[in-house]
Design a protein. Structure first.
Lengths: 350, 350
DNA sequence: TTGAAAGCGGTACCAA
DNA sequence: TTGGTACCGCTTTCAA
């Protein structure tokens, strides 16, 4: 008898076990594992396959990775994972990766932005084949990115503002023109008094949007008014947003439209003005940013600006995979458009 | 000169490189990597540390994993990743894992539930130290779980209904009593005509909630009426939910309260009844399920039932880590309570 | 058509 | 206090 048929209940079977049980060499087993079966005797192949089945053998990717120097794993660093927004991207990144037979190693930096260097280190130690760096557009130190050794895997930066360009592929959002589109939309509806609830100050997107707001005003010959701009910092408590909204409602002349820092802020603003006796959009228009699913569920449905996070995730994943595969030479700096999604909460000015 | 100081710009440094450059053996380098430095000459230590720094050396976890048979990685399988709900859990799982020096290998089964066996296989090949299986409560084949070899790492099932108990730790939600709490709440407010928009039929949670609904009726001596129960299948288009809501509004006697299959369904129901000229909650109360963040942003704010996904994720992560560490012997079957979160959308019956 | 053996980058035992 | 070396499980050349 060739094999003792001892399924080794406790330890997992190795390629050697299979070879032994099937009465062949490890090389031969390795060949069938890797599909090199053209020049193989039919019954050898069968015997090996059966043995694999019988021993419930699963090749160790760890061992394989050690020799091939590839882990078939992509590191994804995500900050602000609380926001469902970027998590949608994660979903699609994973799907694309999986179709290319890659897995996702997830790391978050929700707590301390300072950890970032350390997290990168760990990903390097685990020898991921590539890294997608998906983050809030917060201004932060990114020196550690520059310090990456040449042997480091390719990196794609999504929504990441860094002072140094040129080394990594990037995918960004056109926050400025997204806001400009909102301004055009509102002005077209006859609005002349447009307010803006501002996002967190430490984010690049907040400033880009404020620029879009100002440019929109300028383009339509409308004055910029300090008291039309209040904090809608969405990392704060929603009561702050409510306060800011109430403050806006009491400014004279009263704004006929409010643009929230994001959909949540806008939703609270809508609630607030409604409870103050104003009708949306007849008395006042409300516009959000991000275009999250719940915009459709509000009453009235919230007009918003779509942030193409899903597209960004897909693009990043594909960029990374292509770079890993060795295609592509030039560094790409993609800027994705943010398009307006008009719904019921924005209407003609009173 | 001991070292040639050639930082090998293209290939990553290995332990051998460090040993050579520092003029010591690999054993010694390994010792410093693993903190076994008590009995080490001060200057040897220093020399090695400097060399590590200079060569930008990072130990390969892959090689280490091969010998230690541990990857410091947890596999997390998530289905229905679109729902922000479970992603919140992911966030917390990752954090707990990271604090224990584990990483998360993410796999989703959004597309084909049949892939599940294959995904498990891949995680086994990558030799994760443990698996968290976080899924919708869909009824599906789970034989492959039973087929897992004894050498497979520990698994924790979250919100997963399986016929066979006993082998894996589990964390589930008490959907039934969550619904019962809603019923009590509404009856207490004077409601006698309570409708329910039902979730997808293939989910265990849908049936558990329906049971809770029926038990609630029975407990308060209210009759079960077929036409008070319509589809609110949240995997369908929201227009279906709207239709179902309108149908309910036209039933005689008209329900004074509607419980949605989840918050999204409830939000659409609320919109729908409001647009039909009914006031919430004066004319009709609306209750959701899941207690997502946007409940607070609706007008009126949506009463809902909290699904403790975050707690479930944390519990699952801790259970898994403890089992990996070898503590704990008995299999746990945790059932987490779903508590009612009353807000503005539920009020006294008209 | 199949096999022997070196080696991937570490760990850990045993010696020195 | 430090070093030699077998080995983890697989791939890959080269030879048979």
């Amino acid at each position: 008898m060739v094999s003792q048929t001892r399924p080794k209940s406790t330890k997992r079977a190795t390629i050697k076990d299979v070879a032994q049980a099937a009465g062949v060499s490890v090389t031969t087993v390795s060949n069938v594992l890797n599909g090199r079966t053209e020049a193989m005797a039919e019954d050898t192949l069968q015997r090996i396959q059966q043995t694999i089945q019988r021993l419930n053998y699963r090749p160790s990717r760890v061992a394989r990775s050690l020799v091939t120097q590839q882990t078939a794993t992509l590191g994804v660093i995500i900050s602000e994972i609380d926001t469902p927004l970027f998590l949608q991207a994660l979903n699609h990144i994973e799907t694309i990766a999986r179709h290319a037979e890659y897995h996702i190693l997830l790391a978050t930096t929700a707590e301390h932005l300072d950890d970032e260097a350390q997290i990168i280190d760990l990903l390097l130690e685990k020898q991921v084949d590539g890294i997608i760096y998906l983050s809030t557009s917060v201004y932060a130190k990114t020196d550690f990115l520059e310090d990456l050794p040449p042997s480091a895997p390719p990196v794609v930066l999504v929504n990441r503002i860094t002072p140094f360009a040129g080394r990594f592929d990037r995918v960004n959002f056109d926050h400025l023109n997204g806001m400009a589109a909102v301004m055009d939309h509102l002005v077209q509806l006859g609005h002349r008094h447009i307010a803006h609830l501002l996002g967190p100050k430490d984010r690049a997107s907040t400033h880009e949007r404020l620029n879009g707001y100002r440019q929109g005003l300028a383009r339509h010959n409308l004055p910029y008014r300090d008291n039309y701009v209040k904090s809608g910092d969405f990392e704060q408590d929603w009561r702050l947003w409510q306060e800011s909204t109430l403050a806006l409602v009491n400014v004279s002349p009263r704004p006929t439209a409010i643009i929230g820092a994001n959909d949540r802020v806008a939703a609270v603003a809508m609630r607030t003005v409604q409870n103050a006796g104003l009708r949306v959009p007849q008395d006042i228009s409300i516009v959000g940013i991000d275009n999250q699913a719940f915009c459709n569920y509000l009453n009235p449905a919230l007009t918003s600006v779509k942030l193409p996070v899903v597209e960004a995730g897909k693009l990043a994943a594909n960029l990374l995979l292509e770079r890993i595969a060795g295609h592509r030479r030039e560094i790409e700096n993609n800027v994705l458009p943010c398009v307006l999604v008009p719904r019921e909460s924005s209407g003609v000015a009173p």
